[in-house]
Design a protein around this ligand. Structure first.
Ligand SMILES: Nc1nc2c(c(=O)[nH]1)N[C@H]1C(S)=C(S)[C@@H](COP(=O)(O)O)O[C@H]1N2
Ligand SMILES: [Mo]
Length: 298
């Protein structure tokens, strides 16, 4: 039997109250929000997608290209033991365990919108730590400008990797300031439990203002670099998928509009909703791109 975290640890311990207070104070100066049980000032209060929806409609091409393939096939993935190699331009390179990077007493809940480039979206209650806390732990050296991420390569357990659709392993990257942004997290859980395999167990990136493909799953390597790292979707089709991949309703995908999205679970008559600039996080992140032509740097 798999123990739930909430069975072994009181919720207010693993969802570190201090972090909620710090987040609330820093962002909106409303610490009362945290005390009344709301998770974080960085979270949305939109209606959550159900666990059923979040775990049965996935993109995880290592397990197949269909939306239900990951739910069917990812159970076979061995996620323990797991280590993440952190290297490149860092002071303390090495092999880190999931608990080293996301200690139970540092976990925070973040309820984020996830907007896939395919124009569907969900609202997911992640549990994790700011990526910045991990980067501070390993010590970023002055020459570092980007962070590169890599997913596990294990074709025996990831059947999709036997087909050279994208160049395996799946890789992604962020500019260092994007990686250090307080919205950017490494998630190790959702709802009250460790991450289901189909959602990227045991540890995955979540960058809520970018199209979902930037939020790379089942991460085994993080490398600080001076040069912009390659990204799987950009490698596959650079005219359709750029390095930045910021959610932008004004810049269409060459084959479809990005102006609206289908919220999973909204029902047959739920209709479509407008897509918001930076997926609704413009107040927090627009300054990162000041002066940039967002149609060119898509
Ligand atoms: N390694 C890996 N990470 C990945 C993907 C993938 O195929 N492989 N798909 C991406 C895409 S396109 C999306 S929309 C999100 C989906 O995350 P979810 O299934 O947890 O909702 O994961 C992203 N991370
Ligand atoms: Mo996606």
């Amino acid at each position: 039997m798999k123990l739930k975290w909430s069975d072994v640890t009181p919720k207010d311990v693993w969802l570190n109250r201090r972090n909620f207070l710090a987040g609330g104070a820093a962002l909106t100066a409303t610490p009362a929000l945290a005390l009344t049980g709301r998770p974080s000032a960085l979270s949305t209060d939109e209606k959550l997608n159900t666990l059923e929806e979040i775990t049965n409609y996935n993109n995880f091409y290592e397990f197949g290209t269909g939306k239900t393939d990951p739910a069917q096939n990812a159970g076979a993935l061995t996620t323990d033991p797991w280590s993440v190699e952190i290297g490149g331009l860092v002071d303390r390179p090495g092999s880190y365990g999931v608990d080293d990077l996301a200690p139970p007493d540092a976990l925070e809940e973040r309820i984020y919108r996830l907007r896939c480039v395919e124009a569907w979206s969900m609202v997911i209650p992640w549990i994790g730590v700011p990526l910045a806390s991990v980067l501070e732990k390993v010590g970023v050296q002055p020459g570092a400008k980007y962070v590169a991420f890599q997913t596990l390569l294990r074709p025996e357990e990831m059947p999709g990797q036997n087909y050279p659709f994208i160049r395996w392993p799946y890789v992604e990257g962020l500019r260092l300031d994007e990686a250090m942004h307080p919205l950017t997290i490494l998630a190790t859980g959702l709802y009250s439990d460790p991450l289901p395999n189909q959602n990227g167990a045991p540890i995955r990136l979540v960058v809520p203002w970018k199209y979902g493909f930037k939020s790379i799953k089942s991460v085994v390597r993080i490398t600080l670099t001076a040069e912009q790292p390659p990204c799987s979707w950009q490698q596959l089709q650079p005219s359709e998928y750029g390095f930045y991949a910021n959610v932008n309703p004004e810049v269409s995908h060459p084959r479809w509009s990005q102006a609206s999205e289908r919220r999973i679970g909204a029902g047959l008559f739920g209709g479509r909703q407008e897509t918001l600039m930076f997926n609704g996080y413009a107040d927090q992140v627009a300054s990162l791109y000041a002066g940039m032509d967002l149609a060119k740097h898509y």
